[in-house]
Design a protein around this ligand. Structure first.
Ligand SMILES: [Zn+2]
Length: 194
């Protein structure tokens, strides 16, 4: 059964995003949105970035990613969950089906230091979240990017071993340091069978 939603009539009743609408208008005026890749939407930098939802960890900031430059998937911890595999395999399939001559992109997995996913290392918090939601506690226990260089390598391997994903894409792994702003490569790009 659907849960009832009612409009928020707090204070001036403005949504949080309405405060940013002027920035949107300026973006529209700039015309930057015109410069975009065409179907199958392989981004200009041939990159499919998977990183954390953390607001400090935005590739637009630390890699200067601009409109059309990269596909960016953001999950808790930047972990490669099944939904990431599905989307990645779909985009790779689109290239195979619509532009088989390529270029084929690189999937770059980026985990980071001081990640909020690590709060799930706390068994009490993890248990409470599992109780509240029904998510599997064992799976939640495997989620934290405790040692990002290790979790990033595990997720690179997960993509490389996923039979759904085209073997024509490359996969790499990197760690972003929130204390320095620096990105370090811990897994050089590889392809299945290469
Ligand atoms: Zn994080």
């Amino acid at each position: 059964m659907a849960r009832d939603a009612s409009p928020i009539r707090d204070g001036d009743a403005m949504s949080n995003i309405s405060a940013l609408m002027e920035r949107n208008r300026a973006f529209a005026r700039s015309g930057a949105w015109r410069n975009t890749p065409r179907l199958p939407f392989v981004p200009f930098k041939d990159l499919y970035i998977i990183t954390c939802v953390d607001p400090r960890v935005d590739p637009a900031d630390f890699l200067g990613i601009e409109c059309g430059d990269a596909i960016v998937a953001r999950t808790l911890g930047g972990r490669v969950i099944d939904a990431v595999i599905r989307d990645l395999s779909y985009i790779a399939y689109l290239v195979e089906a619509k532009a088989p001559e390529g270029p084929y992109f690189e999937a770059a997995v980026i985990h980071h230091t001081d990640c909020g996913s690590r709060l799930l290392e706390d068994s009490e918090l993890r248990h409470g979240f599992a109780q509240r939601t029904g998510y599997d506690e064992q799976e939640l226990a495997a989620l934290p990017a405790t040692v990002p260089a290790e979790t990033v390598r595990a997720d690179v391997a997960k993509i490389l071993n996923a039979p759904q994903v085209s073997t024509r894409i490359a996969v790499s792994g990197h760690v972003y340091d929130t204390a320095s702003g620096l990105l370090e490569t811990v897994a050089e790009p590889v392809r299945i069978g290469s």
